[in-house]
Design a protein around this ligand. Structure first.
Ligand SMILES: [Zn+2]
Length: 106
């Protein structure tokens, strides 16, 4: 009776991917009628990503703080680009600092 264990099916993975993309789109939209708060949205993204092993793309990762789940905006974050290609983001809400390596050669 037990279902196949191990890897999740491709369909499930694609569905999860799709949901994450939609949630992040929702996060980006300035739609005031959105029923979901940014923090909830980010929480879902993290939850789905964890459950289905979906990694966020680097452009998706820089949208929010993974520590306090707040969406970055000009007031709560600081973006810096270092000379050797690292992008440094500081969250002014919780003080977390993230470094992202961007491949500028591509
Ligand atoms: Zn934070």
């Amino acid at each position: 009776m037990s279902r196949r264990r191990g890897r999740r099916s491709k369909v499930q993975e694609r569905l999860a991917r799709c949901r994450i993309d939609k949630l992040l789109l929702l996060l980006d939209s300035k739609n005031p009628t959105a029923q979901i708060s940014p923090k909830k949205c980010i929480n879902f993204v993290k939850l789905i990503g964890k459950r289905y092993n979906q990694r966020l793309s680097s452009s998706q990762k820089i949208k929010f703080c993974r520590k306090c789940n707040s969406k970055y905006n000009s007031n709560n974050s600081r973006f810096r680009l270092s000379k050797n290609g690292w992008r440094v983001i500081s969250c002014l809400d919780c003080g977390a600092i993230y470094r992202f390596k961007f491949n500028l050669n591509l």
